[in-house]
Design a protein around this ligand. Structure first.
Ligand SMILES: [Zn+2]
Length: 300
């Protein structure tokens, strides 16, 4: 009799603990960390969703895995790295998010044990629920290796004696890839597509704030005739950049219109102009529909 009573009491205690944990999970801010190879990649791919999470009190951090110190046609080295770090900080301020730029040379990122440890440590320290990165078949070696390093961390963040100086995560985060257009060996699948119309001005302000990359054209897209410095030409160039990136962010909504319809309903989806898209990486936790709604609390 006593044994049965104990079992009932223990069962109730376990239920209460589970309910408490579920409540804590429901209340705690979500924690998202998004890796880009250079100081602008995370912003181009996930600034919209980052701003939406931040607006609801969740924690979003962009990490540039390299310092971007060769990403300009006219300057390079420490001077450029400092400039791009300042641009990334300005972007984070616009979005209400956090930011870190690792001091690894642009164009020289390698898949090393040291870098795997660094990425795992950053994910653990952030206590990430969601991790975003490039796919490993992107065009730029730094993008590809960022993708590989993050994928390599997708299991190791839970392994207690890998990098034991930072406690392991209790649950594997959900790992997502940001959108690209590469087709081989397989095209990007837009598993989760988010409308970002409400934050598009913030995202375009981020593009404007990263002058070295977009206004000035970065390493390889310098405007024909040089970088305009005077009033009217400067305004024209600013408009050109804004229009170019507006079209780019519109193209994502166009590409995944049917996904948007499934998520937001046909009528609303027709009016959505801008979007960001993500593919679920199979090495992280696999979210079901209920969990996708918990992690993306702005879905209707
Ligand atoms: Zn890049």
């Amino acid at each position: 009799m006593l044994g049965r009573r104990c079992a009932v009491i223990l069962g109730l205690l376990a239920c209460a603990a589970a309910a408490g944990e579920a409540r804590a999970q429901a209340q705690a801010p979500l924690r998202i960390i998004s890796f880009g190879a250079h100081p602008d990649d995370c912003e181009l791919k996930s600034a919209g969703v980052g701003a939406k999470w931040a607006a609801l009190g969740h924690k979003f951090k962009c990490v540039a895995v390299t310092n971007g110190d060769i990403g300009h046609a006219g300057i390079a080295g420490g001077q450029l790295a400092l400039r791009r770090r300042a641009e990334a900080k300005a972007a984070a301020k616009i979005l209400g998010t956090e930011n870190e730029v690792l001091d690894i040379h642009d164009g020289e990122l390698m898949v090393t044990l040291e870098n795997r440890r660094t990425i795992s440590r950053l994910i653990r320290e952030w206590q990430a629920d969601v991790v975003i990165s490039h796919r490993p078949n992107d065009y730029h070696p730094d993008h590809r290796y960022t993708g590989v390093l993050v994928m390599d961390a997708a299991y190791m963040v839970q392994v207690p004696f890998f990098g034991p100086d930072v406690p392991p995560l209790r649950r594997n985060p959900v790992f997502l890839f940001s959108e690209d257009r590469f087709q081989k060996p397989n095209p990007f699948s837009g598993d989760i597509v988010v409308a970002i119309d409400d934050v598009i001005e913030k995202k375009l302000a981020v593009v404007a704030a990263m002058e070295s990359q977009f206004y000035e054209g970065g390493c390889c897209d310098v405007p024909p005739g040089g970088i305009p410095r005077d009033g009217a030409a400067r305004e024209a160039r600013q408009k050109e950049v804004r229009d170019l990136f507006s079209r780019r962010f519109e193209a994502t909504a166009e590409r995944f219109r049917s996904r948007l319809a499934a998520r937001y309903g046909d009528q609303r989806a027709t009016g959505i102009k801008f979007a960001e898209a993500f593919e679920v990486c199979e090495y992280g936790r696999q979210p079901d529909e209920k969990e996708i709604r918990r992690l993306f609390p702005f879905f209707p």
